[in-house]
Each structure stands twice: as structure tokens, then as C-alpha cells.
Write a protein that binds this ligand. Structure first.
Ligand code: APR
Ligand code: PHB
Length: 390
């Protein structure tokens, strides 16, 4: 097979890039290790920055998001049993976020790619890439027992944290930065009405919790748990009891419980790979960076990478200019590191770090007290949460 841009990975990054390039008349092939159903089965965050929503509209896949997404003007920080509202709209001059599950984003992109009958090789095994340090990158894989070779002008590594693309870069050509947190998030999805109209991030002596949602009838909750915890040790009843114990009294009394549709534990890490370009290979999304989910930046960072990469590739083909490609990595990393900082900061502010010295806990309380008492500090929190300008 021959194409202009080979995309490895059919998660949000790969599908959104493929859709934007298709609308610009640029041919792509996507190779994906899993089945489409498996990709859709992943439960991920669900808060879109306005820039991400705008990109979905530019990609021509924003109709359902606009119809079903929930515009949120603010969220709450709950500390010591008291909820404090962060008024995003007032603090940022009118900006908001959109609550719309990543599963739905992925579904909308998959539907559009299928409708355009664009080549997408699901269940592609043994994907390998080479030649990206020269002018003729190539990918090889096996699909249903058939060996396939794809030559392309460029390769987009949209294959996530555990993908093959970053792993194919020589160790001396890449620098990795990582911080692993001493806890994970136990998440539960349920068809119960959300406990509140807006998200609630709660700090509590028992641990952090987050009350989120997917719609007016589907809720998403998280509990900070030690890394030693196993999801099979958490019955629905144990989850609901622990969540209730961590919530402020008003919220706890309003909690509607029900059977879990999904339960899983995810570790928290901060990770960045530099640079994000290696010859004709460009990394985007989780392939290049990971943030703790606290700031809901994972999908939004993937979207900004894809915005920059699609613009650069379109510029290459339409204007024969490689300025965007040459600037891609630095442009992405400038935004990536600001989102890494914010995600680390909000995680540090709201979670229990029992292993840290008591001095650290006092600093954490002082910072939270300052943030809640300062208009300027709330404004900093709000402008990072809604997303820094592209
Ligand atoms: N070959 C082909 N596909 C692969 C390979 C491989 N060797 N390795 C991984 N993949 C696929 C995965 O199966 C997955 O579908 O690449 C895709 C990567 O998707 P994501 O991990 O979702 O990453 P990305 O598309 O960048 O989206 C980032 O997803 O994980 C969340 O929090 C993250 O919200 C963020 C978003
Ligand atoms: C979610 O709904 O899954 C979610 C929302 C906000 C976050 C993290 C996760 O910060």
C-alpha cells in the first residue's frame, strides 16, 4: 500500500488527524492494533476545552457533540466538608468547557471515517516502522494473517503511551521525563443521575474523590486509592460507601447509587518525550505525553498536537512549506509542559500524600486556602482549566 500520511493508532489522536487531513484532501491509512469495539470500550475523561470542541467542528464531526455535550460554566472544589465554586465563565471572560465523553468523541470520528470509506486496518498485529530518518518511511504489519507493507511520505505516531512509534526512536535521539504518583484512581461508571450539575473535586482526609458525569443520566466517579489496591476487591457497595464518606454532607446526601457499568483502576503519571519529531515521524497525543487525569488535559493536549500537526502537513502539501513541520515539536512542547505543570499542580493540591513529611501537608493546606481566598489565584486555576490559548 502507498499513502501520503500513515497514522499508527485509531484512538482520538489518530482518528482526529485522519479526519482533518481527509477534509484537506490528504490521503491517510490508519493501522490499529485493537478492534474498533475494543477502542470504544475504553472509558476515559470527558471534559473538552473550547479549542478541542472547535477542532471537532472543523473536522466536520461536531454535530452530536453540540447536541448532547453539556456546557459547564464552573466546577467545585470541596475542602473540609465545604464546597467552593470556581466560576469559569466569570473568571475567564466567558469561557466554558464541554462535558462529552471521550468514547463519544472516538465514536463520532470512527463513524465519519467509515462513512468516507477511508482505509483503517484494525487488529493489525506486529506493527513496525522504519526509514523515518530518511525520505521513505515504511510500516509493516500483519492483518488476519496477511503481511502488509505501507509506504508513506510521513508517519504520525498516535499509538499512545504503550505504542511502537516512540519505542522505535533510537534511545540517544529522545529524552524522557517522568513522574509516577504513589496512588491511582478507582473509577466507576453508572447509569445514575449525577450528584451535582457540575463536577466536584473533593479533598478529604480519607483521600481525593471526583464526581463527574457523561450525561444527565450517566455518572462517572473516582476515588484516590493506593497502588496496591485491586479492582476486584471493590464491590459496588464498598465504592459507594467510600465515596459517600469522602463527600461533603450536602453532596453525600444527594448521591444516587446504582450498579456499576464499568470499574477500573488507573495509575497516575506525568510523562513527556522530547522532541516529538524524528525525521518523517511525528508523535502526537499519549505517544508523546501523559498527564494525571486531575486536570482533564489528556484528550485536550492530544487535540492541540493534532491541530498543529494537521496544519503543518496541509502546509507541506499545499504550499510546499515545511516551516510548520520544522516548528511542530517546539510548538507542541510549549503547550504540553504548561498542561503538565497544571495537571501536576492540581493533583498535588487535591490528593493525600501520606508518605510526604507533615511539612508538605501544611504547605498543601496553605496553598488550597490561598487559592480559595484569592481572586487572582482562582483566575489562574480557571484559565488553565478551560485551556490556555492555542
Ligand atoms: N500498533 C497499532 N496501534 C497501536 C499500537 C501498535 N503497536 N500500540 C497502541 N496502539 C493503539 C491503541 O490500541 C490505541 O487505540 O493506538 C491507540 C492510542 O490511543 P490512545 O492511547 O487513546 O491515545 P491518543 O489517541 O493519543 O488519545 C489520548 O486517550 O488515553 C487517553 O487520556 C488519554 O484522553 C487521552 C487520549
Ligand atoms: C471524567 O469525567 O472522566 C473526568 C472529568 C474531569 C477530570 C478527570 C476525569 O478532571
Amino acid at each position: 500500500m502507498r499513502t501520503q500520511v500513515l497514522i499508527v493508532g485509531a484512538g482520538p489522536s489518530g482518528l482526529l488527524l485522519g479526519q482533518l487531513l481527509h477534509r484537506a484532501g490528504i490521503d491517510t491509512v490508519i493501522v490499529e492494533r485493537q478492534s474498533g469495539e475494543h477502542v470504544l470500550s475504553r472509558i476515559r475523561a470527558g471534559v473538552l476545552e473550547q479549542g478541542t470542541a472547535e477542532l471537532m467542528n472543523e473536522a466536520g464531526v461536531g454535530a452530536r457533540m453540540q447536541a448532547e455535550g453539556l456546557v459547564h460554566d464552573g466546577f467545585a472544589l470541596a475542602v473540609d466538608g465545604v464546597r467552593h465554586r470556581i466560576d469559569l465563565r466569570a473568571l475567564t471572560g466567558g469561557r466554558t468547557v464541554l462535558v462529552y465523553g471521550q468514547t463519544e468523541v472516538t465514536r463520532d470520528l470512527m463513524t465519519a471515517r467509515a462513512a468516507a470509506d477511508l482505509p483503517t486496518l484494525y487488529e493489525a498485529a506486529d506493527v513496525c516502522i522504519e526509514g523515518f530518518d530518511g525520505d521513505h518511511p515504511v510500516a509493516r504489519c500483519t492483518v488476519r494473517g496477511e503481511a502488509i507493507e505501507i509506504t508513506a511520505d510521513f508517519i504520525a505516531g498516535c499509538d499512545g503511551f504503550h505504542g511502537v512509534c516512540r519505542a522505535s526512536v533510537p534511545a540517544d535521539a529522545i529524552r524522557l521525563f517522568e513522574k509516577v504518583y504513589p496512588f491511582g484512581w478507582l473509577g466507576l461508571l453508572s447509569d445514575t443521575p449525577p450528584v451535582s450539575d457540575e463536577l466536584i473535586y473533593s479533598r478529604h482526609a480519607r483521600g481525593f474523590s471526583l464526581c463527574s458525569m457523561r450525561s444527565a443520566t450517566r455518572s462517572r466517579y473516582y476515588l484516590q486509592v493506593p497502588l496496591t489496591e485491586r479492582v476486584e476487591d471493590w464491590s459496588d457497595t464498598r465504592f459507594w460507601d467510600e465515596l459517600r464518606a469522602r463527600l461533603d454532607p450536602q453532596t453525600a446526601s444527594a448521591l444516587v447509587t446504582g450498579p456499576s457499568l464499568e470499574k477500573s483502576i488507573a495509575p497516575l503519571r506525568s510523562f513527556v518525550a522530547e522532541p516529538m519529531r524524528f525525521g518523517r515521524l511525528f508523535l502526537a497525543g499519549d505517544a508523546a505525553h501523559i498527564v494525571p487525569p486531575t486536570g482533564a488535559k489528556g484528550l485536550n493536549l492530544a487535540a492541540s498536537d493534532v491541530r498543529y500537526l494537521s496544519q503543518a502537513l496541509i502546509e507541506h502539501y499545499r504550499e510546499r512549506s515545511d516551516a510548520g513541520l520544522d516548528h511542530y515539536s517546539a510548538r507542541c512542547l510549549s503547550r504540553v509542559w504548561k498542561a503538565e505543570r497544571f495537571s501536576w499542580w492540581l493533583t498535588s493540591l487535591m490528593h493525600n500524600f501520606d508518605q510526604e513529611p507533615a511539612f508538605q501537608a501544611r504547605l498543601q493546606s496553605a496553598e488550597l486556602d490561598y487559592v480559595l481566598g484569592s481572586q487572582a489565584a482562582r483566575q489562574v486555576l480557571a484559565e488553565n482549566y478551560v485551556g490556555l490559548p492555542l
